[in-house]
Design a protein around this ligand. Structure first.
Ligand code: KG4
Ligand code: ZN
Length: 366
């Protein structure tokens, strides 16, 4: 079976072809193509994603991205057996480009249309690197818009058990990066600076609060951490009499990147420990754009080892937004008959999507 995936929830337009063979009650995924057209250079000029520009850019490239995905997979459109598309959550204008394209494609080919939750799709990237991964497992999705823990009793059932009460970790990485002079998106550069700081030994102490909310909950707050980093940098600038636009000293840049990364990783590790301690999972999936962070991968691995849990994190190339993960999530939804018709809509938030789906009786919540 060949599943065509479509992703356009934020600033990456992506289409993929995933081949699925079912054998002995299991499945074998083989990724035939995964084309990603990034708009990052465009949004960098504005210091973040501009929704209207993003939607237009998706509309401009989606047909070409789809054609490239087919041609790299060596297939024609009529070989496709199903179309899976991110329909929520995300920027509404962006989602509408992908869902409209997917609707048109599925109805012209007469194949099923499968709506996919973007956050669940991030976790589904793990199936592409782990041959025998199946539910139940725990999942930690850390992205530009989410920092969430889930119980996953079935591949199509993600039960949120904790997460950020305000900003997401990725958003905080980008904001703090911006404060110290890095271009958008700053996550990867922050990662590299924290590596350099560890090698060189940062000698500047940056006191930052933990993003782990005190208590037995599994929740985070990243806004206080972000503000503390901003205050530290502003005070530093004043004490050094730096003018607007003057760069910070390199040792301050390294120290802020390292201390911030450390605060994020130890806060997440704290709640991950609590999560794993209270469950009996033997597998934890770590996914989302921020799962590419080398420090987070190492600290999550250390926590998992402590509880005898196998950490499954997709390769860095599949952590960011891509359509391969959407096709993988779509396979499991298709198996359960979670198919949409031409009335399928796009939703900016999970709450809006769940409300609408409940009303039309489409998808059982959990
Ligand atoms: O999952 P994603 O591609 O988009 C959303 O669904 O939000 O995540 C993007 C986020 C950005 O905030 C980016 O800075 C961050 O992932 N990111 C990283 C790293 N690579 C990407 N953050 C920390 N370390 C990295 N290596
Ligand atoms: Zn994403």
């Amino acid at each position: 079976m060949l599943i065509f995936g479509v992703e356009s929830s934020c600033d990456e337009t992506s289409c993929a072809v995933l081949s699925v063979e079912e054998e002995n009650g299991g499945r074998v995924f083989s990724l035939r193509s995964n084309i990603v057209a990034s708009q990052v250079e465009t949004h960098r000029l504005f210091g973040g994603v501009v929704p209207e520009i993003a939607s237009r850019a998706h509309a401009e490239v989606i047909s070409k991205v789809a054609r490239d995905a087919l041609s790299e997979a060596g297939i024609g459109p009529h070989d496709i057996d199903a179309v899976a598309v991110t329909s929520y959550p995300g920027l509404i204008g962006c989602l509408l480009v992908g869902t409209s394209f997917a609707k048109g494609l599925s109805s012209s080919l007469g194949v099923p249309l499968v709506p996919v939750n973007h956050i669940e799709a991030h976790a589904a990237a793990a199936y592409l690197c782990e041959y025998d991964l199946s539910a139940p497992f725990g999942a930690l999705v850390v992205s530009g818009s989410h920092t969430s823990l889930y119980d996953v009793p079935r591949e199509t059932s993600f039960i949120p058990v904790g997460g950020s009460r305000d900003d997401a970790a990725g958003e905080a990485f980008d904001k703090v990066g911006r404060i110290i002079g890095l271009p958008y998106p700053a996550g990867r550069a922050m990662d590299e600076l924290a590596v350099r700081a560890a090698e060189q030994g940062a000698d500047e102490d940056v006191p930052l609060p933990s993003p782990a909310i005190p208590g037995d909950n599994l929740d985070f707050s990243f806004s206080g951490l972000k503000t503390a980093a901003l205050n530290y940098v502003n005070t530093k600038r004043q004490s050094m009499k730096l003018k607007e636009g003057d760069p910070l000293p390199e040792k301050t840049v390294l120290a802020v990147a390292a201390s911030f990364t450390n605060a994020v990783c130890s806060g997440i590790s704290k709640k991950l420990s609590l999560f794993l301690k209270s469950r009996n999972y033997d597998k934890l999936v770590l996914a989302g754009g921020v799962a590419a962070n080398s420090h987070l991968r190492r600290s999550a691995d250390a926590v998992c080892r402590k509880y005898g849990v196998r950490l499954i994190a997709p390769p860095v190339s599949l952590c960011g937004d891509n359509a391969a993960m959407v096709a993988a999530a779509g396979y499991y939804a298709l198996k359960e008959g979670l198919i949409a018709d031409s009335a399928m809509n796009a939703y900016a938030s999970e709450e809006a999507a769940e409300k609408a789906m409940k009303e039309c009786g489409f998808k059982p919540l959990h």
